[in-house]
Design a protein around this ligand. Structure first.
Ligand SMILES: Nc1nc2c(c(=O)[nH]1)N[C@H]1C(S)=C(S)[C@@H](COP(=O)(O)OP(=O)(O)OC[C@H]3O[C@@H](n4cnc5c(=O)[nH]c(N)nc54)[C@H](O)[C@@H]3O)O[C@H]1N2
Ligand SMILES: Nc1nc2c(c(=O)[nH]1)N[C@H]1C(S)=C(S)[C@@H](COP(=O)(O)OP(=O)(O)OC[C@H]3O[C@@H](n4cnc5c(=O)[nH]c(N)nc54)[C@H](O)[C@@H]3O)O[C@H]1N2
Ligand code: SF4
Ligand SMILES: [Mo]
Length: 754
């Protein structure tokens, strides 16, 4: 069967309202083998939406896939990538044996040879250069159990906080935003709010292509309730745009003033909730407290007219957006990389939270400031599991001695082993690798040679230092540089837990044995640890449940209490939304308010007059921030007059090691392109499909043009997926000073016909 992109779109349009997003209907499972097939419950391998999947097995082979109808998130639906996911298990590019680089070439090795080599190299580096000469670079696609094992080995045994991962490239600004505004990471509400809201505020998210099942729920809800409004702020027209009541197109990197101006209109026109503000909100400049009046004074610079000039938009639209937000009884904001991947990503997050705090549209059904998560376990494994250089499992921080002691105790290691200072964040880690300060690195479930910003700058470090890559597929941009490649069991071949956007942890069943000699990442790390001499600390882990059960003891009594989310329950239920402090607890829909066990346990005097208490803040008040409206690190200029932005397409996943193995998806979108606005194309004499050269201060890329009215004039969009057209030779590696997240979403470029 050949399916092209148009067929996809047409066939699904016939099936449902979410026309262009390729969502399958429940019940479209294969009837073939129905009699001898067994179905197994798991979670989608791809995005942070966290859809439930059933895998059909016959003769120890996965032969079918369908959405899990009992799962509340997707209710049986799947998007197009997921529909082909089971076939990725059997891709020809699966890596089935360990490889060691000899004379510049990868040659097969036994597990014992490979792990002995890694253990001796890591021990030698540790002894000669100290623990900080080693690093672990992980992933929001790894299971919680896998990240937990790596964390224990690197921090608790080797003794370095050089533990970071690709959520730094993705969710770090959202973490920073939640911590600063509300005092605790992760959203307050859940997907349940979608069908209860009056207004969606979508900022810097191409929901239709990147979170299709969320988009589908939004579309269906709006179809049933046409009065529901959708406001978008995004410099690009995307399929998400189809459902917008209002779309504001700011210059990439210049939307902060738009949100300030919206706040100003909300205040000036009386849409704010005085009572809410008085009882649960504080105001601050960057680091010092200010009064509400001082905040109003700050906003004087952001009249709609002034903001419109800064962002190059229409002032009337800003006023309209603010009024829609103000008039709606409830509002739900969603955003993703358009805000996070910016040198002021944390501030951008704060400004969305500001709108909710000023209007009291928070902590009630239908209202939330709800960050969409990119990867399937960025929340679970990394934000909750402590997979960034400054955090520890259970929403703990490295800088806190009690937190270190609590973790060390459960790990059975001396508390002093975990250093008090945070390790290196991603970009700094790869800089240190390139300078030779880090001499050995373990990469798990991510492809940094392709996905890092300004990637080519970091290739020499990967090439010259001792690089170990655990991978399910071969080759990849990163395995090319690896001294040792370890074949990892893929999704479906291993058990574990993923935690998605809405604080929900879900169990994935192991359905089939791994291909060839591939092994589960968590056990690879366990066996490496044992070979490095940490038998006492690691020999006890025999099952996935052993690891999870230990991990959840570290969440007891924290804001993300998972004590009640035992394997026994997770195997039966469709996930649990923390806090879930006991085995009979149903999970928590809204945080910081009635029904949240931490709120309910507060003394009455603290809750007096307050419907929300932000217990992560000393005074229980959330913060509205007066953040200056800073633009991008590299503004356009006469020499580099175009804003280059990068991102995703519906059919493909990141670096194509998975979706690139599916012919149907490749046929739908076979190669990369640079989206160029027709007005720019005309001026430069560029026609559709012409080869063009896009050049930045860091590199040059020859790529086919796609002349289309999607990016606004002056902006170029290039998808991130293809190695042959690697856009990260162009992107800038400047990071947000707070979150250390890189600014993938905007840099300055020039453009010409090739
Ligand atoms: N199909 C598919 N889905 C995915 C993924 C995938 O690879 N493929 N990856 C997953 C992951 S890890 C992630 S992080 C998410 C990402 O999900 P999204 O963030 O939704 O996707 P992107 O395409 O990276 O960028 C989103 C939008 O940001 C806009 N943008 C750029 N600059 C600005 C700006 O200055 N201001 C505003 N307001 N918007 C701006 C872009 O125009 C783009 O439409 O997707 C997840 N889902
Ligand atoms: N230009 C540009 N660059 C970007 C972004 C952007 O918007 N623009 N977005 C950034 C963001 S948000 C993200 S999240 C990153 C994503 O970037 P990466 O994480 O580098 O991309 P993936 O292709 O998802 O890499 C996952 C790797 O893990 C392998 N793998 C799959 N399953 C397993 C497994 O079970 N075990 C092991 N050991 N390996 C496995 C896959 O084959 C693949 O090589 O990219 C970032 N880079
Ligand atoms: S929306 Fe995300 S989680 Fe759901 S099926 Fe698609 S890729 Fe998987
Ligand atoms: Mo991401």
């Amino acid at each position: 069967m050949t399916v092209n992109r148009r067929d996809f779109i047409k066939s699904t349009a016939a099936a449902m309202a979410a026309a262009s997003i390729g969502v399958t209907l429940p019940g479209t499972e294969r009837k073939l083998f129905a009699d001898t097939m067994t179905w197994h419950k798991t979670v989608c391998r791809y995005c942070g939406v966290g859809c439930g999947i059933m895998l059909g097995k016959r003769d120890n082979k996965v032969v079918a896939i369908k959405g899990d109808k009992e799962n509340t998130i997707n209710q049986g639906h799947l998007c197009v990538k997921a529909f082909f996911l089971h076939r990725v298990i059997y891709a020809k590019t699966r890596l089935t044996q360990p490889l060691i680089k000899k004379n510049g070439k990868h040659v097969p090795a036994t597990w014992d040879e490979a792990l002995t080599l890694v253990a001796s190299k890591f021990n030698e580096i540790r002894q000669t250069h100290g623990p900080d000469a080693l690093a672990f670079y992980g992933s929001g696609q790894a299971e919680t159990e896998e990240t937990y094992m790596a964390n224990k080995l690197f921090r608790g045994c080797i003794g370095t906080n050089n533990v970071d991962g690709n959520p730094r490239l993705c969710m770090a600004s959202a973490v920073g935003g939640y911590l600063a505004s509300f005092g605790k990471d992760e959203p307050i509400g859940t997907y349940e709010d979608i069908e209860k809201t009056d207004l969606f505020f979508l900022v810097g998210t191409n929901t239709a292509e990147a979170h299709p099942i969320v988009f589908k729920r939004l579309v269906e809800y709006k179809n049933r309730n046409p009065q529901v409004k959708i406001v978008i702020i995004d410099p690009r027209k995307t399929p998400t745009d189809q459902i917008a009541d209002l779309h504001i197109f700011p210059q990439p990197g210049y939307d902060l003033p738009v949100m300030h101006a919206m706040a100003k209109v909300l205040i000036d026109e009386g849409y704010i909730d005085e009572d809410y503000i008085q009882n649960q909100v504080a105001f601050a400049d960057n680091d010092k407290a200010i009064t509400f009046d001082e905040f109003k004074t700050f906003l004087e610079a952001y009249t709609p007219e002034a903001a419109a000039k800064m962002a190059n938009v229409d002032a009337k639209d800003i006023v309209k957006a603010a009024r829609l937000f103000g008039q709606a009884k409830t509002a739900m904001s969603m955003w993703t990389m358009g805000l996070n991947q910016r040198t002021r990503g944390v501030w951008a997050n704060n400004l969305v939270h500001n709108l909710h705090l000023l209007t009291g549209k928070l902590g009630v059904p239908g209202s939330d400031s709800f960050s969409l998560t990119g990867q399937p376990n960025a929340c679970g494994g990394v934000r909750e599991g402590g997979g960034l250089s400054h955090i520890l499992p259970g929403h703990r921080v490295v800088g806190n001695a009690d937190h270190r002691a609590a973790v060390a105790k459960v790990w059975g290691v001396p508390a002093e082993r975990i250093p008090a200072a945070p390790g290196k964040h991603t970009v700094a880690m790869f800089e240190a690798l390139t300078k030779g300060e880090i001499k050995g690195m373990y990469v798990l479930c991510t492809n940094p040679a392709h996905s890092l910003p300004n990637a080519s700058k970091y290739w020499p470090g990967m090439r010259d230092q001792f690089l170990v890559v655990a991978e399910s597929f071969y080759p990849s941009a990163t395995t090319d540089y690896a001294d040792v490649v370890l074949p990892a069991a893929f999704w479906g071949e291993k058990e574990g837990v993923y935690g998605c956007t809405e604080r929900r942890s879900q169990h994935m069943e192991k359905v089939v044995e791994p291909m060839g000699e591939a092994r589960w990442d968590a056990f690879i790390i366990r066996d490496l640890a044992i070979k490095m001499g940490f038998e006492k600390e690691f020999a006890k882990y025999q099952t996935a449940e052993d690891i999870w059960s230990e991990y959840i003891t570290l969440t007891k009594g924290t804001d993300m209490d998972l004590t009640g989310a035992t394997y026994a329950r997770l195997k039966k239920e469709r996930g649990l939304v923390w806090p879930v402090p006991s085995e009979d607890h149903p999970g928590t829909y809204k945080r910081f308010t009635k029904g949240d066990p931490l709120y309910d346990a507060l003394p009455a005097e603290k809750k007096q007059g307050r419907r929300m208490y932000f217990y992560g803040k000393p005074d229980g008040r959330a913060t509205v921030f007066a953040r200056p409206a800073k633009g991008p690190e590299e503004p356009v200029d006469a020499e580099y007059p175009f804003a280059l932005t990068t991102g995703r397409l519906l059919e493909h996943w990141h670096t194509l090691t998975m979706t690139g193995t599916i012919p149907e998806l490749n046929r739908a979108v076979p190669k990369a392109f640079a989206e160029i606005n027709p007005e720019d194309a005309r001026k430069l004499g560029i026609a559709d499909h012409d080869l063009v050269v896009v050049e930045t201060r860091r590199g040059k890329l020859e790529i086919p043009a796609r002349v289309i009215d999607r990016p606004m004039a002056g902006t170029i969009f290039i998808p991130m997926h293809w190695r042959e057209w690697m856009v990260n030779v162009l992107t800038i590696d400047a990071v947000d000073p707070g979150s250390k997240e890189p600014e993938y979403k905007v840099c300055a470029a020039k453009l010409r016909k090739a």
